[in-house]
Design a protein around this ligand. Structure first.
Ligand SMILES: NC(=O)c1ccc[n+]([C@@H]2O[C@H](COP(=O)([O-])OP(=O)(O)OC[C@H]3O[C@@H](n4cnc5c(N)ncnc54)[C@H](O)[C@@H]3O)[C@@H](O)[C@H]2O)c1
Ligand SMILES: O=P(O)(O)OC[C@H](O)CO
Length: 332
């Protein structure tokens, strides 16, 4: 199978390794000529994955027509908010019959759409030719070939199976799911919850507080997902609880690290600059909250993150605000 991966950042490059390990022929497309040159000739991407040796067969080009030629799979690993414009530009280069695979974990700001919806619209593909990959998948650990599982979701079981076969290797185990709504919402909202956990950690709060935010965060994710038609079984799974645990605990997570910096007193701009890479939760916090409001779902942790990141709510007010909410029974 031939795969084109759009995006030479941390996850695009790592997923290219996953696909190559699984036996695919892989070509990356990226914006930086220097990064593409280094991937192709030195088999490294020092800007995003320092110290990792990439499979020699992986090539990269700034010319999308080169990467996309003959691709069976078109894998998309760029920031969510750039996806639509980028894909619309590349639409005419898409090989006939290809399956598009979104690795992105965000919700579009202007439309509140999930990434598979954006991909399908921008490329003019039916939903059953689009898949998403989401799970506890910190790029660096996967690039080191640490054992990891993930979820490949598509409305078509056949498409999910195809993509799962293409990325299955000794160190990477995909499970399939047809609940695209649930899997994508889990991936996008866990980033927002990880920012909240990071803020608490940055303020010196301990494990009780963090466990409280993670657990109630999963309740928020579940509540939104169920309101939007997701399957309840998705939320305790790899894309839900699994990814929430990895992202909220790991210093490798950009969303978590950004939250820590905000909790320690940095401004949002300072935290973005110090963290580097794509922290999707910053922008998606807003679109997730809008999506929740559109279906009448309460998401107090997400609202508090929006307050701190975008509306000038002092971090010191975050905990008192959440704790002052009316008492209620536990549950979704
Ligand atoms: N890094 C991870 O561990 C990880 C794991 C799972 C999912 N994801 C998701 O994958 C997506 C990409 O994340 P990443 O870690 O690779 O980010 P990154 O910041 O490491 O890399 C982003 C890449 O996209 C490129 N890019 C930025 N704007 C672009 C544009 N307008 N057009 C084309 N290319 C553009 C950048 O040059 C860079 O190569 C995000 O949605 C993220 O949530 C990341
Ligand atoms: O670095 P983050 O915060 O974007 O998290 C990376 C992955 O989504 C973890 O599964």
């Amino acid at each position: 199978m031939r795969a084109a991966v759009l995006g030479t950042g941390a996850w695009g490059t790592t997923f290219a390794c996953v696909l190559a390990d699984a036996g695919c022929e892989v070509a990356l497309w990226g914006r930086s000529a220097a990064v593409c040159e280094q991937i192709t000739t030195e088999h490294r991407n020092t800007a995003y994955l320092p110290g990792i040796e990439l499979p020699a067969a992986i090539t990269a080009s700034t010319d999308a027509s080169v990467a996309l030629a003959g691709a069976d799979l078109v894998v998309i690993a760029i920031p969510s908010q750039s996806a639509r414009a980028t894909l619309e530009r590349l639409r005419t280069l898409m090989p006939a019959g290809c399956v598009a695979v979104s690795l992105m974990k965000g919700v579009e700001l202007s439309t509140d759409q999930r990434m598979s919806q954006v991909v399908a619209e921008a490329l003019g593909l039916p939903a059953d030719r689009v898949a998403v990959v989401s799970g506890p998948n910190l790029a660096r650990e996967i690039a080191e070939r640490q054992p990891t599982a993930t979820v490949v979701a598509s409305t078509s079981e056949e498409t999910a199976q195809l993509v799962a076969r293409a990325c299955s290797s000794a160190a990477f185990r995909p499970y399939t799911n047809t609940d695209v709504v649930g899997v994508e919402l889990c991936g996008a909202v866990k980033n927002v919850i990880a920012v909240a956990v990071g803020i608490a950690q940055g303020r010196g709060l301990g494990y009780n507080t963090r466990a409280t935010i993670i657990t109630r965060g999963l309740v928020e994710i579940t509540r939104l997902g169920l309101a939007l038609g997701a399957d309840a079984e998705t939320f305790p799974g790899l894309a839900g609880m699994g990814d929430l645990m990895a992202t909220c605990a790991s210093p490798l997570s950009r969303n978590h690290s950004l939250g820590v910096r905000i909790g320690q007193g940095m401004t949002l701009d300072e935290a973005i600059a110090a963290t580097g890479g794509t922290a999707e939760g910053v922008k998606s916090s807003r679109s997730v909250l809008e999506l929740a409001e559109s279906v009448g779902v309460e998401m107090p942790i997400t609202a508090a993150v929006v307050g701190v990141l975008h509306e000038g709510l002092p971090v010191a007010d975050l905990a008192p605000l959440l704790l002052a909410r009316p008492r209620k029974a536990e549950g979704v």
